[in-house]
Design a protein. Structure first.
Length: 98
C-alpha cells in the first residue's frame, strides 16, 4: 500500500513540472529547470515501478544517463545564447536571427 504513495508523489511532480513549464516562459533557464523536474520525476517513477515488478532497475539507469546528457546540452545552449544575445529572455530569441 505504501508503494502507491510514491506513484502519487511522482505523478504530482510531473504535473507540477508541466504547469511550471506552461507558466514560466520568460527565461530559458526556468524552462530548462522545468524540463529537468519532469525528467527526474519520470526517473523516480520508472525506478520505483521496476523495483515493484522485480526488475533490477537497469532501465532507470539508462534514463538518468539520458537526462544528464539532456541537462548538459541545455546548459551549453543556454551559455551560447547568453553570449550571443546578452540575456536569456525567450522573447528575444527568433529563428530568423540565426
Amino acid at each position: 500500500m505504501s508503494d502507491y504513495y510514491l506513484f502519487f508523489i511522482t505523478l504530482v511532480g510531473v504535473w507540477a513540472g508541466f504547469i511550471s513549464l506552461m507558466l514560466q516562459f520568460k527565461h530559458l533557464l526556468n524552462l530548462l529547470l522545468s524540463l529537468e523536474v519532469i525528467i527526474m520525476n519520470i526517473f523516480i517513477f520508472i525506478y520505483s515501478s521496476s523495483i515493484m515488478v522485480g526488475f533490477s532497475g537497469f532501465s532507470a539507469l539508462i534514463l538518468i544517463t539520458l537526462s544528464v546528457c539532456e541537462a548538459s546540452l541545455g546548459l551549453s545552449i543556454l551559455v551560447s545564447m547568453v553570449q550571443s544575445h546578452g540575456n536569456d529572455y525567450v522573447s528575444s530569441f527568433s529563428s530568423q536571427k540565426c
